[in-house]
Write a protein that binds this ligand. Structure first.
Ligand SMILES: Cc1cc2nc3c(=O)[nH]c(=O)nc-3n(C[C@H](O)[C@H](O)[C@H](O)COP(=O)(O)OP(=O)(O)OC[C@H]3O[C@@H](n4cnc5c(N)ncnc54)[C@H](O)[C@@H]3O)c2cc1C
Length: 288
Protein backbone atom coordinates (compact mmCIF):
# COMPACT_ATOMS: atom_id res chain seq x y z
CA UNK A 1 0.00 0.00 0.00
CA UNK A 2 1.02 3.61 -0.45
CA UNK A 3 0.73 6.22 2.30
CA UNK A 4 -1.92 8.90 2.04
CA UNK A 5 -0.62 12.27 0.73
CA UNK A 6 1.39 14.44 3.13
CA UNK A 7 3.45 17.62 3.10
CA UNK A 8 7.16 17.32 3.78
CA UNK A 9 9.37 19.60 5.87
CA UNK A 10 13.09 18.95 6.18
CA UNK A 11 14.16 20.31 9.58
CA UNK A 12 17.41 22.32 9.56
CA UNK A 13 17.81 22.37 13.35
CA UNK A 14 16.10 21.22 16.54
CA UNK A 15 14.57 24.71 16.85
CA UNK A 16 13.25 24.46 13.28
CA UNK A 17 11.73 21.02 13.98
CA UNK A 18 10.05 22.30 17.15
CA UNK A 19 8.71 25.38 15.34
CA UNK A 20 7.27 23.15 12.61
CA UNK A 21 5.69 20.86 15.23
CA UNK A 22 4.12 23.90 16.91
CA UNK A 23 2.86 25.24 13.58
CA UNK A 24 1.19 22.00 12.47
CA UNK A 25 -0.09 20.59 15.79
CA UNK A 26 -1.64 17.13 15.82
CA UNK A 27 -1.31 16.79 12.03
CA UNK A 28 2.50 16.66 12.21
CA UNK A 29 4.77 13.66 12.81
CA UNK A 30 8.54 13.45 13.08
CA UNK A 31 10.46 11.13 10.77
CA UNK A 32 13.62 9.70 12.36
CA UNK A 33 14.90 6.36 10.99
CA UNK A 34 11.49 5.55 9.48
CA UNK A 35 11.74 1.88 10.50
CA UNK A 36 8.43 1.95 12.38
CA UNK A 37 6.78 5.08 10.97
CA UNK A 38 7.09 4.27 7.27
CA UNK A 39 5.55 0.75 7.56
CA UNK A 40 2.73 2.24 9.65
CA UNK A 41 2.11 4.93 7.01
CA UNK A 42 2.17 2.32 4.25
CA UNK A 43 -0.40 0.25 6.14
CA UNK A 44 -2.59 3.32 6.67
CA UNK A 45 -2.27 3.01 10.45
CA UNK A 46 -1.05 6.61 10.71
CA UNK A 47 -1.85 9.43 8.27
CA UNK A 48 0.27 12.51 9.07
CA UNK A 49 -0.62 15.69 7.20
CA UNK A 50 2.96 16.94 7.54
CA UNK A 51 6.08 14.83 7.91
CA UNK A 52 8.92 16.67 9.64
CA UNK A 53 12.16 14.98 8.64
CA UNK A 54 14.74 15.14 11.44
CA UNK A 55 17.19 12.63 9.93
CA UNK A 56 19.69 15.39 9.07
CA UNK A 57 20.00 16.65 12.64
CA UNK A 58 23.42 15.05 13.10
CA UNK A 59 23.97 17.18 16.24
CA UNK A 60 21.56 14.75 17.95
CA UNK A 61 23.36 11.57 16.83
CA UNK A 62 25.87 11.40 19.70
CA UNK A 63 26.61 8.85 22.43
CA UNK A 64 28.93 10.06 25.16
CA UNK A 65 29.71 9.36 28.79
CA UNK A 66 29.45 12.57 30.80
CA UNK A 67 30.77 11.81 34.29
CA UNK A 68 28.44 8.98 35.42
CA UNK A 69 25.70 9.51 32.84
CA UNK A 70 25.52 8.02 29.34
CA UNK A 71 23.99 10.71 27.14
CA UNK A 72 22.35 9.46 23.97
CA UNK A 73 21.12 11.97 21.39
CA UNK A 74 17.65 11.18 20.05
CA UNK A 75 19.05 10.63 16.54
CA UNK A 76 21.76 8.11 17.52
CA UNK A 77 21.04 4.90 15.61
CA UNK A 78 20.67 1.56 17.36
CA UNK A 79 24.01 0.41 15.89
CA UNK A 80 25.77 3.58 17.07
CA UNK A 81 24.47 3.09 20.61
CA UNK A 82 25.19 -0.64 20.81
CA UNK A 83 28.75 -0.27 19.43
CA UNK A 84 29.84 2.79 21.40
CA UNK A 85 32.65 2.08 23.85
CA UNK A 86 30.97 4.38 26.35
CA UNK A 87 27.80 2.25 26.22
CA UNK A 88 29.80 -0.90 27.01
CA UNK A 89 31.70 0.85 29.78
CA UNK A 90 28.70 2.47 31.49
CA UNK A 91 25.62 0.41 30.61
CA UNK A 92 26.48 -3.23 29.81
CA UNK A 93 22.84 -4.30 30.35
CA UNK A 94 21.81 -2.00 27.48
CA UNK A 95 24.47 -3.47 25.18
CA UNK A 96 23.65 -7.06 26.10
CA UNK A 97 19.92 -6.53 25.44
CA UNK A 98 20.76 -4.98 22.05
CA UNK A 99 21.79 -8.43 20.86
CA UNK A 100 18.04 -9.10 20.53
CA UNK A 101 16.92 -5.89 18.81
CA UNK A 102 15.95 -6.17 15.13
CA UNK A 103 18.42 -6.87 12.29
CA UNK A 104 21.60 -5.08 11.29
CA UNK A 105 20.05 -3.04 8.44
CA UNK A 106 17.14 -1.90 10.61
CA UNK A 107 19.51 -1.00 13.45
CA UNK A 108 21.58 1.00 10.93
CA UNK A 109 18.66 3.36 10.19
CA UNK A 110 16.46 3.04 13.25
CA UNK A 111 17.22 5.35 16.17
CA UNK A 112 16.93 4.67 19.88
CA UNK A 113 14.93 7.91 20.13
CA UNK A 114 12.43 6.75 17.50
CA UNK A 115 12.23 3.35 19.18
CA UNK A 116 11.26 4.75 22.57
CA UNK A 117 8.85 7.31 21.06
CA UNK A 118 7.15 4.49 19.13
CA UNK A 119 6.79 2.67 22.50
CA UNK A 120 5.97 -0.77 21.16
CA UNK A 121 5.09 -2.92 24.20
CA UNK A 122 7.15 -5.80 22.77
CA UNK A 123 10.23 -3.60 22.36
CA UNK A 124 13.29 -4.33 24.49
CA UNK A 125 14.69 -0.84 25.02
CA UNK A 126 11.72 0.72 26.86
CA UNK A 127 12.02 -2.05 29.46
CA UNK A 128 15.81 -1.83 29.66
CA UNK A 129 15.81 1.98 30.00
CA UNK A 130 13.19 1.71 32.75
CA UNK A 131 15.33 -0.86 34.61
CA UNK A 132 18.35 1.44 34.24
CA UNK A 133 16.46 4.42 35.76
CA UNK A 134 16.98 6.43 32.56
CA UNK A 135 15.44 9.85 32.02
CA UNK A 136 14.13 11.40 28.81
CA UNK A 137 14.80 15.00 27.80
CA UNK A 138 11.86 16.51 25.91
CA UNK A 139 11.74 19.92 24.23
CA UNK A 140 8.90 22.11 22.95
CA UNK A 141 8.43 25.80 22.20
CA UNK A 142 8.20 26.55 25.93
CA UNK A 143 11.57 24.93 26.72
CA UNK A 144 12.68 21.54 28.03
CA UNK A 145 11.60 19.06 30.68
CA UNK A 146 12.96 15.78 31.99
CA UNK A 147 10.77 12.72 32.48
CA UNK A 148 11.75 9.45 34.20
CA UNK A 149 11.51 6.43 31.89
CA UNK A 150 8.95 4.88 34.24
CA UNK A 151 6.64 7.87 33.61
CA UNK A 152 7.58 8.33 29.95
CA UNK A 153 6.04 5.01 28.84
CA UNK A 154 2.37 5.70 29.54
CA UNK A 155 0.78 2.75 27.71
CA UNK A 156 1.22 0.64 24.58
CA UNK A 157 2.32 3.02 21.79
CA UNK A 158 1.76 6.00 24.10
CA UNK A 159 4.39 8.21 25.74
CA UNK A 160 4.49 11.37 27.84
CA UNK A 161 5.47 13.47 24.80
CA UNK A 162 2.76 16.08 24.18
CA UNK A 163 1.68 17.65 20.89
CA UNK A 164 4.40 20.07 19.76
CA UNK A 165 7.20 18.35 21.69
CA UNK A 166 10.09 16.15 20.65
CA UNK A 167 12.54 13.89 22.45
CA UNK A 168 16.08 15.27 22.27
CA UNK A 169 18.16 13.12 24.62
CA UNK A 170 18.12 9.94 26.69
CA UNK A 171 20.20 9.96 29.89
CA UNK A 172 21.21 6.65 31.41
CA UNK A 173 23.01 6.55 34.78
CA UNK A 174 26.09 4.32 34.65
CA UNK A 175 25.62 0.92 36.27
CA UNK A 176 27.38 0.43 39.59
CA UNK A 177 30.70 -1.42 39.59
CA UNK A 178 30.17 -5.11 40.37
CA UNK A 179 26.48 -5.00 39.54
CA UNK A 180 24.98 -8.22 38.13
CA UNK A 181 22.68 -7.98 35.14
CA UNK A 182 21.04 -10.18 32.50
CA UNK A 183 18.56 -9.98 29.65
CA UNK A 184 16.88 -12.94 27.94
CA UNK A 185 14.21 -13.24 25.32
CA UNK A 186 12.32 -15.73 23.20
CA UNK A 187 11.35 -14.71 19.69
CA UNK A 188 10.38 -16.77 16.68
CA UNK A 189 13.52 -15.75 14.79
CA UNK A 190 16.55 -13.82 15.94
CA UNK A 191 15.88 -10.11 15.47
CA UNK A 192 12.09 -10.43 15.66
CA UNK A 193 10.15 -8.76 18.44
CA UNK A 194 10.11 -10.88 21.59
CA UNK A 195 7.22 -13.12 22.56
CA UNK A 196 8.45 -12.72 26.14
CA UNK A 197 11.62 -11.09 27.45
CA UNK A 198 12.99 -10.54 30.94
CA UNK A 199 15.63 -8.17 32.28
CA UNK A 200 17.26 -7.83 35.67
CA UNK A 201 19.98 -5.92 37.47
CA UNK A 202 21.04 -6.06 41.12
CA UNK A 203 23.98 -5.69 43.48
CA UNK A 204 24.94 -7.84 46.44
CA UNK A 205 26.39 -6.02 49.46
CA UNK A 206 27.24 -7.86 52.66
CA UNK A 207 25.44 -10.92 51.26
CA UNK A 208 22.20 -9.00 50.74
CA UNK A 209 20.58 -8.00 47.47
CA UNK A 210 20.24 -4.30 46.82
CA UNK A 211 19.16 -1.95 44.03
CA UNK A 212 17.08 -4.79 42.52
CA UNK A 213 15.38 -4.07 39.20
CA UNK A 214 13.35 -6.69 37.34
CA UNK A 215 10.87 -6.50 34.48
CA UNK A 216 9.19 -8.31 31.61
CA UNK A 217 7.81 -7.68 28.14
CA UNK A 218 5.06 -9.83 26.66
CA UNK A 219 3.53 -10.40 30.08
CA UNK A 220 0.93 -7.61 30.05
CA UNK A 221 -0.34 -4.81 27.85
CA UNK A 222 2.76 -2.72 28.43
CA UNK A 223 6.35 -3.73 29.11
CA UNK A 224 6.83 -3.26 32.79
CA UNK A 225 8.98 -3.24 35.84
CA UNK A 226 7.70 -5.71 38.43
CA UNK A 227 8.07 -3.79 41.68
CA UNK A 228 6.41 -6.49 43.79
CA UNK A 229 9.24 -8.88 42.96
CA UNK A 230 11.86 -6.17 43.47
CA UNK A 231 10.47 -5.38 46.93
CA UNK A 232 10.50 -9.07 47.83
CA UNK A 233 14.20 -9.40 46.93
CA UNK A 234 15.49 -6.01 48.13
CA UNK A 235 17.61 -6.56 51.26
CA UNK A 236 17.13 -10.35 51.23
CA UNK A 237 20.00 -12.80 51.70
CA UNK A 238 20.35 -14.81 48.52
CA UNK A 239 19.57 -18.51 48.79
CA UNK A 240 18.44 -21.11 46.26
CA UNK A 241 14.87 -21.30 47.65
CA UNK A 242 14.44 -17.57 47.08
CA UNK A 243 14.96 -18.06 43.35
CA UNK A 244 11.98 -20.44 43.10
CA UNK A 245 9.81 -18.11 45.20
CA UNK A 246 10.79 -15.11 43.06
CA UNK A 247 10.02 -16.95 39.84
CA UNK A 248 6.56 -17.86 41.13
CA UNK A 249 5.93 -14.20 42.04
CA UNK A 250 6.85 -13.27 38.45
CA UNK A 251 4.43 -15.86 37.06
CA UNK A 252 1.56 -14.88 39.39
CA UNK A 253 1.97 -11.19 38.51
CA UNK A 254 2.33 -11.72 34.77
CA UNK A 255 -0.79 -11.06 32.72
CA UNK A 256 -0.10 -12.12 29.12
CA UNK A 257 -2.78 -12.56 26.49
CA UNK A 258 -3.20 -14.93 23.56
CA UNK A 259 -1.97 -13.68 20.20
CA UNK A 260 -1.01 -15.17 16.85
CA UNK A 261 2.45 -16.11 18.15
CA UNK A 262 1.65 -17.91 21.42
CA UNK A 263 -1.11 -18.68 23.89
CA UNK A 264 -1.22 -17.64 27.54
CA UNK A 265 -0.01 -21.01 28.88
CA UNK A 266 3.09 -20.95 26.67
CA UNK A 267 3.84 -17.32 27.57
CA UNK A 268 3.60 -18.14 31.29
CA UNK A 269 6.07 -20.99 30.73
CA UNK A 270 8.37 -18.45 29.07
CA UNK A 271 7.94 -16.03 31.98
CA UNK A 272 8.94 -18.85 34.35
CA UNK A 273 12.00 -19.84 32.30
CA UNK A 274 13.20 -16.32 31.41
CA UNK A 275 12.74 -15.01 34.96
CA UNK A 276 14.70 -17.91 36.43
CA UNK A 277 17.53 -17.43 33.94
CA UNK A 278 17.96 -13.68 34.39
CA UNK A 279 17.72 -13.76 38.18
CA UNK A 280 20.21 -16.63 38.46
CA UNK A 281 22.62 -15.03 35.99
CA UNK A 282 22.48 -11.60 37.64
CA UNK A 283 23.10 -13.07 41.10
CA UNK A 284 25.99 -15.20 39.83
CA UNK A 285 27.59 -12.14 38.24
CA UNK A 286 27.05 -9.97 41.33
CA UNK A 287 28.63 -12.44 43.78
CA UNK A 288 31.84 -12.80 41.75
C1 LIG B 1 11.54 -6.03 10.52
C2 LIG B 1 11.67 -5.18 11.75
C3 LIG B 1 12.05 -5.78 12.93
C4 LIG B 1 12.18 -5.02 14.10
N1 LIG B 1 12.53 -5.65 15.25
C5 LIG B 1 12.59 -4.92 16.38
C6 LIG B 1 12.93 -5.54 17.63
O1 LIG B 1 13.21 -6.75 17.71
N2 LIG B 1 12.94 -4.76 18.74
C7 LIG B 1 12.66 -3.42 18.69
O2 LIG B 1 12.69 -2.75 19.72
N3 LIG B 1 12.37 -2.80 17.54
C8 LIG B 1 12.32 -3.52 16.39
N4 LIG B 1 12.00 -2.88 15.22
C9 LIG B 1 11.68 -1.41 15.25
C10 LIG B 1 12.96 -0.59 15.16
O3 LIG B 1 13.63 -0.66 16.41
C11 LIG B 1 12.70 0.90 14.84
O4 LIG B 1 13.88 1.45 14.41
C12 LIG B 1 12.25 1.79 15.94
O5 LIG B 1 11.11 1.25 16.57
C13 LIG B 1 11.87 3.19 15.44
O6 LIG B 1 12.99 4.00 15.28
P1 LIG B 1 13.09 4.97 14.02
O7 LIG B 1 14.27 5.85 14.23
O8 LIG B 1 13.06 4.18 12.77
O9 LIG B 1 11.78 5.86 14.21
P2 LIG B 1 10.63 6.26 13.18
O10 LIG B 1 10.06 5.03 12.56
O11 LIG B 1 11.10 7.31 12.26
O12 LIG B 1 9.59 6.91 14.21
C14 LIG B 1 8.86 6.11 15.12
C15 LIG B 1 7.90 7.01 15.90
O13 LIG B 1 8.60 7.85 16.80
C16 LIG B 1 8.36 9.23 16.49
N5 LIG B 1 9.63 9.91 16.71
C17 LIG B 1 10.82 9.59 16.16
N6 LIG B 1 11.79 10.35 16.68
C18 LIG B 1 11.20 11.18 17.57
C19 LIG B 1 11.69 12.20 18.44
N7 LIG B 1 12.99 12.53 18.52
N8 LIG B 1 10.80 12.83 19.24
C20 LIG B 1 9.49 12.52 19.21
N9 LIG B 1 8.97 11.56 18.40
C21 LIG B 1 9.83 10.90 17.59
C22 LIG B 1 7.87 9.25 15.06
O14 LIG B 1 7.07 10.38 14.78
C23 LIG B 1 7.08 7.95 15.03
O15 LIG B 1 5.83 8.12 15.63
C24 LIG B 1 11.91 -3.61 14.05
C25 LIG B 1 11.54 -3.00 12.84
C26 LIG B 1 11.41 -3.77 11.71
C27 LIG B 1 11.02 -3.09 10.43
Amino acid sequence: MKPSPFDYHCAKSVEDAIAALAAHGDGAMLLAGGQSLVPMMNLGLVTPEVLIDITRLSDLAYVRLDEDVLRIGALATHNTVMRAEDSARACPLLVSAYDNVAHHTIRNRGTLGGNVCHADPASEMPLVLTLLDATMVIHGVDGGRIVAAGDFFVDAFETAIATGEMLTEIRVPAQAAGEGYAFEEMSQRKGDFAIVSAGCRLSIEGGRMTNVRFGLTGAGAQNRRMTVLETMLEGAVWEARLLSDAVEVAVVNADPSDDIHADVAYKLDLVRAMSRRVLAAAVEMAVK
